[in-house]
Ligand binder design. Structure first.
Ligand SMILES: [Zn+2]
Length: 82
């Protein structure tokens, strides 16, 4: 799964983020990461990422409690671990 937003990389429509040299990232999805940089520079904490992912899920009709469960593990991902 993506080490930034916890989306399963297999479900990523872009099939993974891209590095500067055009190769695929094995850590991040296309939503979070492209051309070797994170796509949402304002989202710089796990809390902000959780809020953003919940918003995206809500937009897709995912119930709030389910979005909460699915974003629960975000602070444990390697991008946010300190
Ligand atoms: Zn991601």
């Amino acid at each position: 799964m993506c080490q930034s937003c916890s989306m399963p990389l297999k479900k990523d429509p872009g099939a993974g983020g891209t590095e500067k040299n055009g190769s695929k990232s094995e850590l991040y999805c296309s939503f979070c990461y492209s051309d070797g940089t994170f796509s949402h520079p304002e989202v710089d904490t796990a809390k902000k990422m959780q809020a953003m992912v919940k918003k995206v899920m809500k937009g897709k009709g995912v119930p709030g409690f389910l979005a909460g469960i699915m974003t629960w593990g975000i602070p444990k991902l390697s991008r946010w671990k300190k």
